[in-house]
Design a protein. Structure first.
Length: 134
């Protein structure tokens, strides 16, 4: 773990900040939830679940950056990973029930799945000591 700064990862030779990516994902989740709130009661209930898990991912990655120890970093990133898996579940449920058109959900589901994979990689790398402890 870096003592300062954000965890970065590479995709196709480009570097990305996990906190930036999870923040942008949270913005997309909020916009989707605003749309769902205008639908019916079931949509509102699912929107609440999705809003909590989808915005929690970024909050936990931010907290991990200021982790007091390697264990704290791993714990916060693990929570972010769990929240990303939950978010993917709610998105898949929205798609399966056709409460939202599949065309509206395709990209956000893809991004959610990628976040699960990235966060899993970060947690595994940290557990294996590939980040320096503070």
């Amino acid at each position: 773990m870096k003592s300062t700064g954000d965890v970065e990862f590479s995709i196709h030779n480009s570097k990305f900040s996990i906190t930036t990516r999870t923040f942008e994902f949270a913005v997309r989740v909020i916009r989707l939830c605003q749309f769902l709130e205008k639908q019916g009661n079931v949509s509102r209930t699912l929107a609440n679940q999705l809003l909590r898990s989808g915005t929690s991912i970024g909050a936990n990655t931010e907290e991990a950056q200021a982790g007091q120890s390697k264990a704290d970093f791993i714990a916060k990133m693990s929570i972010a990973r769990k929240e990303s898996r939950e978010t993917l579940y709610w998105l898949r449920l929205l798609e399966a029930t056709q409460l939202v058109e599949a065309t509206m959900l395709g990209e956000i589901i893809k991004e959610s799945d990628e976040l699960v994979r990235i966060l899993t990689s970060i947690v595994k790398a940290a557990q294996q000591g590939k980040y320096n402890a503070k």
